[in-house]
Design a protein. Structure first.
Length: 274
């Protein structure tokens, strides 16, 4: 994504259309669009030709961008799990790992970054009907590996609103749900985690379209990305007007939900009832 955004900036600065850029590397306009969005791998020759077209002749600048191209083609740790993942999900894991701010709303179940191992196993079993135990365990292992980003020294800020429905819908037995609620109470105390609960009592709210995640990145050249899962695919939205609508929806959810301290009290109340 970083390389793609740099190439887009250079192309626009020269006033070159995507069509013309595509012609220069024997590709289509849509290929250039996918490259600029970071959705495809990069051939070194294509990047070299585009840099020449964009007037980048200084060797150090060219090498910096070509180095990015080489890095972009290195498989991330999550690629070893692609045999048990839907085709659209590895992209999300990569974006999640690169984000400096992760915001979202969940209604069906607890967000994957906050699930206990037992709860995650129950969720995966429900979602992967017919899968063998080994495949289930690999998916759970991936989820636990993802969660490590919240515990590192460079951990992203994580702001999540959980609908009360996600906390009351049982995945696993009573002990699993109690363990999950206790984990949410504990992890919500971390300085980089802001957890709020949207209670049933509030009624209708701005999360009516369902769950979504907004990913923001430390590089100013990278636009925010909204991620939404569907039954057989996922949507990645990065147009400014689309992102703005989801940011507004999340802002309203945060304003309408009890704050983090009150939400912890709500979690403690649910734990006593479970």
């Amino acid at each position: 994504m970083l390389l793609g955004s740099q190439l887009r900036r250079l192309r626009e600065a020269r006033g070159i259309t995507r069509e013309a850029a595509g012609y220069s590397i024997r590709a289509s306009e849509s290929k250039i669009s996918r490259m600029e969005l970071g959705r495809v791998s990069f051939k070194t020759r294509d990047v070299e030709d585009l840099l020449t077209l964009y007037g980048i002749t200084e060797e150090s600048e060219r090498e910096s961008l070509l180095s990015l191209a080489r890095e972009a083609n290195v498989a991330g740790w999550w690629h070893s799990y692609t045999d048990v993942l839907p085709s659209w999900f590895p992209t999300y894991v990569g974006l999640e790992g690169a984000a400096s701010l992760i915001r979202g709303y969940e209604v069906q179940f607890v967000h994957g970054l906050l699930q206990t191992e037992e709860y995650a196993r129950a969720v995966v079993r429900r979602g992967m009907k017919g899968a063998g135990p080994a495949d289930v365990e690999r998916r759970v292992a991936l989820r636990l590996e993802r969660q490590k980003i919240l515990l590192t020294g460079s951990a992203p800020e994580f702001h999540i609103v959980l609908d009360e429905a996600a906390l009351r819908r049982p995945y696993g037995d009573r002990d699993v749900m109690r363990g999950q609620l206790q984990h949410l109470i504990e992890i919500s105390e971390r300085p980089n985690v802001r957890l709020q609960v949207m209670p049933f009592g509030f009624g209708g709210h701005s999360g009516e379209s369902g769950a979504f995640t907004i990913l923001s990145f430390p590089d100013a050249d990278l636009s925010d990305v909204v991620y939404m899962e569907q039954l057989t695919s996922a949507l990645y939205l990065d147009k400014r007007e689309d992102v703005a609508q989801y940011e507004q929806a999340l802002k309203e959810l945060q304003q309408d939900s009890p704050g983090p301290d009150e939400s912890r009290d709500l979690l403690r109340g649910l734990l006593q009832l479970s």
